[in-house]
Design a protein around this ligand. Structure first.
Ligand SMILES: [Zn+2]
Length: 133
């Protein structure tokens, strides 16, 4: 698939709402996208954007794990909380892309590193039996 074909597929899949920002390299590369529906810039793997439902972009939920669990739940009842949650979720995903360790991420966003570590394990980024507390 070339760049034009990929962008055409994204266009079709998201009804023109999602625009590709980064240059398309291959299905496994992490890319930056912009969704005009929820006005969010987010990162995802090129193939995931056209993959299973839980791997695709869902408005206000920029990130889902390989198992279809969303990293952080968004509450629609409280606008401020929603915005904050979305920003944190985006930040975590960005840091994963940038190869931060779970400890660095945890200290950066000031949460218990166990939460981030569990997420890394769920994603298969680290082994669950690691001796790295
Ligand atoms: Zn969206």
């Amino acid at each position: 698939m070339n760049k034009q074909e990929y962008e055409a597929k994204i266009n079709k899949t998201y009804n023109g709402a999602v625009k590709v920002i980064s240059p398309y390299l291959n299905h496994h590369s992490s890319m930056k996208f912009h969704c005009s529906k929820c006005n969010t810039v987010f990162y995802n793997k090129a193939g995931y954007m056209l993959g299973k439902d839980h791997q695709k972009h869902i408005c206000t939920m920029p990130y889902g794990t390989a198992h279809g669990e969303r990293l952080l739940k968004v509450r629609s009842s409280k606008q401020n909380r929603t915005r904050k949650t979305r920003d944190i979720s985006k930040r975590i995903y960005q840091m994963i892309i940038e190869d931060y360790t779970y400890k660095e991420i945890a200290s950066e966003i000031k949460v218990n590193s166990v939460i981030i570590r569990d997420h890394f394990i769920a994603e298969g980024l680290i082994e669950s039996n690691t001796n790295n507390p």
